[in-house]
Design a protein around this ligand. Sequence first.
Ligand code: FAS
Ligand code: PHB
Length: 396
Amino acid sequence: MSELITRTQVAIIGGGPAGLLLGQLLHRAGIDAVILERQSADHVLSRIRAGVLEPGTVELLDQAGVGARLHAEGLSHSGFELAFDGMSHRIDLQALTGQHVTVYGQTEVTRDLMDARSRAGLPTVYLASDVRLEGIESDSPIVRYVRDGQSHALRCDYVAGCDGFHGVSRASIPASVLRSFERVYPFGWLGVLCDTPPVSHELIYANHPRGFALCSMRSVTRSRYYVQCDLDEKLEDWPDERFFDELRSRLDPRAAATLITGPSIEKSIAPLRSFVCEPMRHGALFLAGDAAHIVPPTGAKGLNLAAADIRLLARGLIERYRHGSTTGIDDYSRRCLERVWKAVRFSWWMTTLMHRFPDSGGFGQRVQEAELSYLVSSAAASGALAENYVGLPFED
Ligand code: FAS
Ligand code: PHB
């Protein structure tokens, strides 16, 4: 069977939030893009991930024309709780930064973007296999892929690698060019989703000698809970009752007493790592989102960083096609990495502060509690936490 040859302006590898958001912003600027996604749409939607959106991400989703349900159903949070040493302390984001965050699950963001793309009749190839990038160092790259046994060659001007940590895009950059930086944490997060009212109207981040815990939510009737766990834990060893007992043991007494439990509708273990690759551009290939960087979810930065990359990439490509200027895309990697490394630092700091490390011992626990006590009693320290949590201002 001969290869089918098609053409577009921007080939987007990956139909997760980064790829979909880029496709939507380019479409609204009249730029053609095709999204190639390895999985089915249902599989992409089935992945339970982020839950907190920075105001900058909400603004970008509004610019993309997909903010209606987010504003109707998202929960505005003006603060969160830090629980440690049997007490809970509120970090007042609104008072400290003048901003709030929005609780709205990544699944819903992805659904809104998929629906917008479908309504506009834009091309997304699901179940695209054997995706390969060729000629990214030329001005006429080709993305080859297979769908239903048929080979395709997608000619394009640029390739956006939005295919996550395990994708093909980063691997297409020559090893002699790519620099990677990584820190793997000696624990994971065991997460549970359940249709019960959240234990509190705001998020609770808990530091406890038994380990970290997080009480989050997706709505006022759907809760999302996490406990730090060893990397070799097995889901089958964590029936719901054991999970909730462990969660309860790590919360302050008030939260522990008011926790409403229910059957889990999703349960998963996620490993934690910090990872950055440089540069985020090589020739016609631009990396965005998890394809370029991974942060431990403690600081709720992963999805928001992906959106910040897309904000710069969309702006640079629109400038290129509208005005013939390559200033934006030439400066893309530098400007993204400026923000990425600050978010990586914050996520690493918050993870180090809140989790129990194998070698921390009693001394480490006391130092963490001392830093937390300082944090909640110092306007300067809590202000620094708050401005990183809501997202640092964009350069422009
Ligand atoms: P994604 O990984 O979401 O999307 C990449 C897409 O590319 C996927 O759909 C994949 O199927 C596709 N793909 C991969 N290889 C391909 C190929 N060769 N060809 C075509 N398509 C290919 N962030 C938070 O802020 N808070 C959290 O609580 C949180 N929890 C997380 C839990 C887990 C288990 C994981 C893995 C991540 C979590 N994150 C969290 C981070 C997460 O939200 C990411 O930051 C976000 O999904 C980034 O979006 P993308 O860059 O689009 O990558
Ligand atoms: C979530 O709701 O999944 C969530 C919220 C905040 C985090 C991490 C995860 O920091």
